[in-house]
Design a protein around this ligand. Structure first.
Ligand code: NAD
Length: 475
């Protein structure tokens, strides 16, 4: 079994105390990699290395074009190693290979290229003042960034954080999720190969509480914390950030509502609704896990949706034909299984799906569920959708907004006025109309309520990862 160490100051190293853990392949349900298990000591080494690289190294002082060229080379290397990078995430957490290798790796490369170019092309206003002075803004790097990533899009979400932080001249300590550690070490290896100076991108592996995650967020040498993960963890991290007065960006859970009006293009609505809840085996923060369908088309929608769910190919995620793999870990499987097993006691009915082999849950469709049931209010993070009918536009908006989360929503309608009207009324960071998952990296990304604090993407990432400085000159 291969070993994956921390990457600190340009070297791949074991933990100071020699601790290690296994990464489990959730389809084969056996260890497939050994990984360094970090502690506060390893985190401290990494933060010190990142600080030295920030204070003394070339990275923050490099021209934007030169820094951008390194990030472009890293993007090229990711694409050249797509097979290996994709397989790492698939073995670590069971994501179908066609999603990791053919989608996530290329989207990761796009993150790096986009933020490299965005930083280079970004301009600040100069403000001629009535007094004759001129004020202008400098976007200076913030310092050492702590990036904490979840396991559902290991490489893609790591680069979503690391790319803007690096493009703006910061140095980084990345703590990947313990269930999906391997691609982070490989990313850091490739960064060195691309010419990134030592200490600029460091990786420390480990768990969250009482482990590397907690040590990193509480470290006094950190200038920014960018976190993606569960809302409950977000609360803990916000407290750690408050103690050191460190700006924090929290991208948290979701309970996306997907509203299908009777005038929708039904084939299009079914196709996107299936993708919205079963992509990555439902382990997507943006999952459209609640579908509300206007009554005249409710039965027809259900019939088509169930047929499409039953046609999905379940199996070995390393097989290119597989659309639904296992859940990412035994612990997560037990959580999702709990929701499947309580459908009937909560008042609902399973139309299709249920438990599969190993740690697999089949694409599951639930109806007749009271809106107050946990299945309608809590993030399940698995391939289970609750479909409910509605009558009026007002009712649809109320149902969709009836959640503590507010990451995203979807609207399917051919009525232009309704599309705009309903989009404006939905409490969510992103609304997709007649589509899903389409992203423009310039657009704000983030959530309302329990779905997060702050926005990233384009100039929103710039505001977070820099210290904008006003300079006022007497001309
Ligand atoms: P998690 O919160 O359990 O773990 C996320 C990361 O935080 C891991 O690296 C973990 O080790 C670390 N961590 C855990 N406790 C910590 C602590 N006390 N201090 C510091 N670090 C700690 O989340 P998860 O189960 O890995 O990921 C699933 C969650 O992520 C879901 O809720 C999902 O919706 C959310 N998510 C959100 C987005 C978004 O963009 N909004 C994207 C993907 C996933």
């Amino acid at each position: 079994m291969d070993f994956y160490g921390h990457v600190i100051d340009g070297e791949e190293v074991p933990s100071a105390d020699g601790a290690e853990f296994d990464s489990i392949d959730p389809y084969r349900r056996e260890p497939w990699a050994r990984v360094a298990l970090g502690s506060a000591t390893d985190v401290d080494r990494a933060v010190r290395a990142a600080r030295r690289a920030f204070d003394e190294g070339p990275w923050p002082r490099m021209g934007l074009a030169e820094r951008g060229a390194v990030l472009h080379r890293l993007a090229d290397l990711l694409e050249r190693n797509a097979e290996e990078m994709g397989l790492s995430d698939t073995r670590d957490m069971g994501k179908p290979i066609t999603q990791s290798r053919d989608n996530d790796v290329f989207r990761s490369a796009a993150n790096l290229r986009f933020f490299a170019d965005h930083a280079r092309l970004s301009t600040a206003e100069t403000l001629p003042m009535d007094s004759g002075h001129h004020a202008y803004t400098r976007f200076e790097p913030a310092g050492v960034v702590a990036a904490i990533a979840p396991w559902n899009y290991p490489l893609m979400l790591a680069t979503w954080k690391v790319a803007p932080a690096l493009a703006w001249g910061n140095t980084v300590v990345l703590k990947p999720a313990e269930d999906s550690p391997v691609s982070a070490t490989k990313l850091a290896r490739l960064a060195l190969e691309a010419g990134m100076p030592p200490g600029v991108l460091n990786v420390v592996h480990g768990r969250g509480p009482d482990s590397a995650g907690q040590a990193l967020t509480e470290h006094p040498g950190i200038d920014r914390i960018t976190f993606t993960g569960a809302s409950s963890t977000g609360r803990v991290i916000a407290r750690a950030a408050a103690a050191n007065l460190v700006p924090v960006s929290l991208e948290l859970g979701g309970k996306g509502a997907n509203v299908v009006f009777a005038d929708a293009d039904l084939a299009n609505a079914v196709e996107w609704s299936i993708k919205a809840v079963y992509t990555n085996t439902g382990q997507v923060c943006l999952a459209g896990s609640r579908i509300y369908v206007q009554r005249p088309i409710y039965e027809e929608f259900l019939a088509r949706f169930v047929a499409a769910a039953e046609a999905m190919v379940i199996g070995d995620p390393c097989d290119a034909a597989t659309q639904i793999g296992p859940l990412a870990s035994e612990q997560h499987y037990r959580k999702v299984r709990g929701y499947v097993e309580t459908v009937e006691s909560a008042g609902g009915k399973i139309l299709t799906g249920g438990l599969g082999d190993g740690w697999t849950v089949r694409p599951t469709v639930v109806v007749d569920m009271p809106q107050t049931a946990p299945h309608c209010t809590e993030e399940i993070f698995g391939p289970l959708v609750v479909i409910s009918p509605f009558d009026t536009e007002q009712e649809a908006v109320e149902l969709a907004n009836n959640t503590r989360y507010g990451l995203n929503a979807m609207v399917f309608t051919e009525n232009l006025h309704r599309a705009h009207r309903v989009s404006a009324r939905l409490r969510a960071g992103t609304v997709w109309v007649n589509c899903f998952f389409i992203r423009d990296l310039r657009a704000p990304f983030g959530g309302v309520g329990d779905s997060g604090v702050g926005r990233e993407g384009g100039s929103f990432s710039r505001e977070f990862f820099t210290e904008p400085k006003a300079v006022i000159i007497d001309v």
